[in-house]
Design a protein around this ligand. Structure first.
Ligand code: 13P
Ligand code: SF4
Length: 334
């Protein structure tokens, strides 16, 4: 049984997974009360549903969320995001209680790089430094020298001496983008994100023809052929900032559709069109991110479950890779 399955079973035995929420409750009010009572902070990623973004104390990308998790003086961190993000928060603040509303909120990209397989792969390149995208498991971070996010990846790669060979894991699309951007010839692990890989080239091309003045903006987890078409490539925060400062009034947005909530709030007179996936949906949502709901957030805060628990050795051996990332980011003013 995996650690996750054991934790799920424990929650099932406690009856936690069967709790019903009184439909007459004003959940916004109740969550605000619980935040104060418990000195808890809600950190939410931009891909969370709009209600969760609206009640969060901080909304951001993976770098901003890590910086907040490291700096907060709250007793409880409620992480409205996915499992690897909550694990990172726990590694950065091991003495705090870190809660995740749904333990099954995983990540296809993190799953695409199982640590035992990566360990063997790494053995083939003993002289290489390992840079891992933060979207990986806590255990993979123990096999990593420096973490990065899409906001600081270029600066992290450029901080490594030019003659030092690098393995980049787990996202092959971000890896290819970085090879182009930095001119470094890295060994790439072949992982990917199910959300950013499913965009439809054909539908996006049609949209671009129908909206010739729209800027096409994309996250670097997208495939190379889409990034080649993009007017701007950036992390979620990078994309949001671009839409704020751009003089354009229409944008086709190739990342998870949750970010559009903040784009629309910041620029109410601009139009944001979610880039469509290669299926019957009009927009592209991450099923893992969307496992969190306002109800689950309320239950999590009330019962202080499910909690992220990590073995000490993982925290001890994995944390250095995140600390190095935060140091380089701070030096780069990020
Ligand atoms: P950023 O918000 O750091 O750009 O990451 C995107 C993502 O896929 C998170 O799961
Ligand atoms: Fe993982 Fe992709 Fe979902 Fe981000 S959007 S959590 S990378 S599956």
């Amino acid at each position: 049984m995996t650690t996750l399955a054991i934790a799920e079973k424990k929650l099932q035995d406690m009856g936690y997974l069967d709790i019903d929420v009184d439909p007459t409750l004003d959940l916004f009010e109740e969550i605000e009360k619980l935040k104060k009572e418990k000195n808890a902070i809600i950190l939410a990623h931009y891909y969370q549903e709009s209600d969760i973004q609206d009640i969060a104390d901080y909304i951001g990308d993976s770098l901003g969320l890590s910086q907040q998790a490291a700096a907060t003086d709250a007793d409880i961190i409620v992480f409205a995001g996915v499992h690897f993000m909550a694990e990172t928060a726990k590694m950065l603040s091991p003495n705090k209680k870190v809660l995740l509303p749904d333990l099954k909120a995983g990540c296809s990209l993190a799953d695409s790089c199982p640590p035992p397989v990566f360990r063997k792969f790494k053995e083939k390149y003993p002289d290489h430094v390992v840079v891992s995208y933060i979207n990986c498991t806590a255990e993979l971070k123990t096999l990593t020298d420096i973490c990065c996010t899409s906001t600081n990846a270029v600066q992290i790669i450029e901080s490594i001496p030019k003659d030092q060979p690098i393995i980049f894991a787990p996202d092959v699309n971000l890896g290819r983008y970085l090879v182009k951007k930095t001119g470094r010839d890295m060994v790439l692990w072949n992982g990917s994100c199910m959300v950013h890989e499913i965009f439809s080239n054909e539908k996006i091309t049609k949209l671009m023809l129908r909206h010739p003045d729209a800027k096409f903006i994309a996250h670097p987890e997208c495939e190379e052929h889409l990034l080649e078409k993009a007017d701007f490539i950036g992390s979620t925060t990078g994309l949001l900032n671009y839409t704020k400062r751009s003089e354009a009034t229409e944008f086709i947005v190739a990342t998870e559709a949750g970010i559009i909530h903040q784009m629309q709030k910041a620029s109410p007179n601009k139009t944001f069109i979610p880039a469509p996936p290669n299926n019957t949906c009009a927009c592209n949502e991450c099923p893992h991110m969307k496992r969190n709901t306002l109800e689950k957030l309320y239950i999590t805060m009330k019962y202080e479950q499910p909690e992220i628990i990590l073995p000490d050795w993982i925290i001890e051996q994995g944390r250095a890779s995140i600390d190095r990332m935060l140091e380089i980011s701070a030096r780069a003013g990020l």
